[in-house]
Design a protein around this ligand. Structure first.
Ligand SMILES: NC(=O)c1ccc[n+]([C@@H]2O[C@H](COP(=O)([O-])OP(=O)(O)OC[C@H]3O[C@@H](n4cnc5c(N)ncnc54)[C@H](OP(=O)(O)O)[C@@H]3O)[C@@H](O)[C@H]2O)c1
Length: 311
């Protein structure tokens, strides 16, 4: 099915990659302040912009608002356009529709902006049905506080319900942000990626480096720290096989790294990856995933290699 893409969502369709800002100020998963500081993340931001990665994804919950605050601070010094995406968390105790508009107001205050480019519902959490929050999302688009409306972690049915509500107001559903990477291809296998393409909804891939695993720097003997250390043994064993294939494929593209291959694979699949970067080095390496393409045979080889342990 071919879709007429709404012009207000074209910036997302045209973006090859974004920058994830969850680790900016977060201490629960990412241990901000240990091994990386405010100076590092500002450099990650500036390096990304300079390399043409201008979409930054944050959320009100990241670092309990610190991620948005940092981004707001960095935006003041940006001399080129930046596209800002943030998210509303439908906590179960948020039972009043106006919570969404108020949350966006607080996000805008932290970001120091009058509007964002994309406002997303972070999860389809109960008790309120999808429709309850999407009606309000339509309102914030109409108010001009966000240019576009998106969802996150919505399955095919929930996404269709969001799409239908927005359509009543002639508002396109711009995106659905979900987990997608070489170690988790659920969205390919359950038809969500195809449905996004049919509806003209941009699939934004979160944790596109599988939280750093796909860079190849973590192994069975040297696992990731903190909460990320809880990896199934089988996964870590198979990972090394995949990393070897990714390294070989990268060699054929002027020495691209496994991480760059992982991100490019997502781009080839039609997704928009938003890798997190804690410093300039990571941001520069990740930006090296854009501007080129794996061949269809290479994508197939990666599919086959990952199939062996994603089934
Ligand atoms: N909507 C949702 O529910 C949801 C959920 C999760 C994430 N997200 C979004 O997706 C973004 C990205 O996901 P993520 O941060 O979970 O995982 P990711 O992008 O898969 O991995 C990011 C981590 O990998 C390591 N890394 C990144 N680039 C690297 C490089 N070039 N070389 C070596 N290590 C590198 C860094 O951690 P270390 O250096 O510590 O290894 C970095 O913090 C988030 O920032 C957020 O915006 C959304």
């Amino acid at each position: 099915m071919s879709v007429q893409l709404a012009k207000e969502t074209l910036f997302l369709q045209n973006a090859e990659m974004g920058l994830g800002a969850w680790a900016w100020g977060d201490t629960s998963m990412w241990n901000f302040g240990h091994g990386y500081t405010e100076i590092d993340i500002e450099q990650a931001f500036q390096t990304s912009l300079a390399a043409g990665v201008i979409l930054v994804d944050t959320a009100e919950i990241y670092g309990a608002g610190r991620s948005e605050r940092f981004l707001g601070q960095f935006l003041k010094t940006a001399t080129t356009p930046v596209l800002v995406a943030t998210k509303f968390m439908p906590y179960p105790w948020r039972l009043n529709r106006s919570a969404l508009m108020h949350s966006l107001d607080y996000s805008l205050e932290r970001l120091g902006q009058e509007h964002v480019d994309l406002y997303q519902i972070h999860f389809p959490f109960p008790p309120m049905p999808v429709e309850f929050w999407v009606e309000e999302l339509a309102k914030v688009v109409k108010s001009g506080k966000t240019h576009t409306a998106g969802v996150s972690n919505f399955n095919k049915i929930q996404m269709q319900r969001a799409y239908t509500v927005l359509a009543k107001y002639n508002i396109p559903l711009a995106s659905n942000q979900v987990e997608y990477h070489l170690l988790n291809r659920t969205v390919e296998k359950n038809g969500l990626l195809d449905r996004c393409k049919e509806l003209g909804v941009r699939l934004i891939a979160w944790s596109p480096l599988a939280k750093g695993l796909l860079t190849g720097k973590y192994t069975l003997k040297s696992p990731p720290p903190g909460l990320r250390s809880h990896q199934p043994l089988g996964r870590m064993k198979s990972l090394s096989v995949l990393i070897t294939i990714m390294t070989e494929i990268g060699q054929g593209h002027h020495g691209k790294t496994p991480g760059q291959v992982a991100l490019n694979w997502l781009i080839c699949k039609g997704a928009l990856p938003i890798p997190g970067a804690k410093n300039a080095k990571q941001a520069a390496e990740n930006a090296g995933a854009i501007g080129w393409r794996l061949t269809p045979d290479e994508v197939k080889a990666l599919d086959e290699a990952s199939d062996k342990f994603t089934r």
